[in-house]
Ligand binder design. Structure first.
Ligand code: SF4
Length: 248
């Protein structure tokens, strides 16, 4: 059994405590303030009130997410490190494909996610040796293989609540009276950028409201899973064009 396999069996709090102990300032909670992200943030702040917290501001977030950031700052007293996309890349992309390119084609949607989410986060994560996210296996079919501990792109990635159910998250949220993103009260079950997220209907998958207009594309932005196949190849070309023009 490997060291990682042993860590895999630790409960969420213990796994976060291990990361705080082992990596100190080189460990961060990465969250978009959805419920599972709030659970790991709350646990981490109890262990170390100075824990580093990072979040992405894609430039297209709903107002309610900014309100949520303020709620978290005032409840926990943490300094939130807000990560933004490279403005030259956003300008290059928008000049070429328009501001709402994501509705045109899945590869253009993923280009937007690369420029506004994946690349900025990758740049920020270079500061860290380990980070934790609120991914859960049961939140979507393609996530059922998520490990609690993995080595990815040169650092340790933890998903401490990977094995939690939605009910576990709800119970922890109530027990500790956690701040709740205001959009849950309006029927959202997964929350991302404003133009790409809507409430999910009763009985729909938790992530059904994300990129709801796409049929054959994975409901992922590329942060947690790589994009392969035909869409991935198209994306590589589109991204190269934008990056070349932006950094010329
Ligand atoms: S979720 Fe939508 S707006 Fe946000 S980065 Fe992805 S495509 Fe762009």
């Amino acid at each position: 059994m490997s060291y990682f396999d042993e860590l895999e069996d630790l409960p969420a709090e213990e796994l976060i405590a291990w990361a705080v102990r082992t990596y100190g300032d080189s460990f961060a909670i990465s969250t978009s303030f959805q419920k599972s992200g709030m659970v790991i943030l709350d646990m981490a702040c109890r262990i170390n009130p100075q824990v580093r917290v990072i979040t992405l501001d894609t430039g297209r977030l709903p107002e309610e997410t900014y309100a949520m950031m303020d709620m978290v700052r005032s409840r926990y007293g943490v300094r939130i490190e807000v990560v933004m996309p490279d403005p030259r890349e956003v300008e290059g992309m928008v000049a070429r494909h328009g501001a709402n390119l994501f509705y045109a084609d899945p590869s253009l949607r993923m280009l937007c996610c690369q420029v506004r989410k994946v690349r900025p986060l990758e740049r920020k994560l270079r500061q860290f040796r380990a980070y934790a996210v609120g991914l859960r296996r049961l939140s979507a079919e393609n996530r059922n293989e998520v490990r609690k501990v993995e080595y990815r792109d040169g650092r340790i990635k933890l998903a401490p609540v990977a094995d939690w159910t939605r009910q576990d998250i709800e119970a922890y949220t109530r027990r500790h009276n956690l701040p709740v993103h205001p959009l849950y009260a309006r029927g959202y079950s997964s929350i991302g950028c404003a133009p790409c997220t809507r409430p999910a209907g009763n009985g729909e998958d938790e992530r059904a409201g994300r990129w709801w207009w796409e049929e054959a594309a994975p409901k992922e932005c590329g942060i947690h899973f790589s994009v392969n196949g035909k869409i991935g190849r198209k994306l590589d070309i589109l991204l190269e064009e934008v990056v070349q023009v932006s950094h010329a």
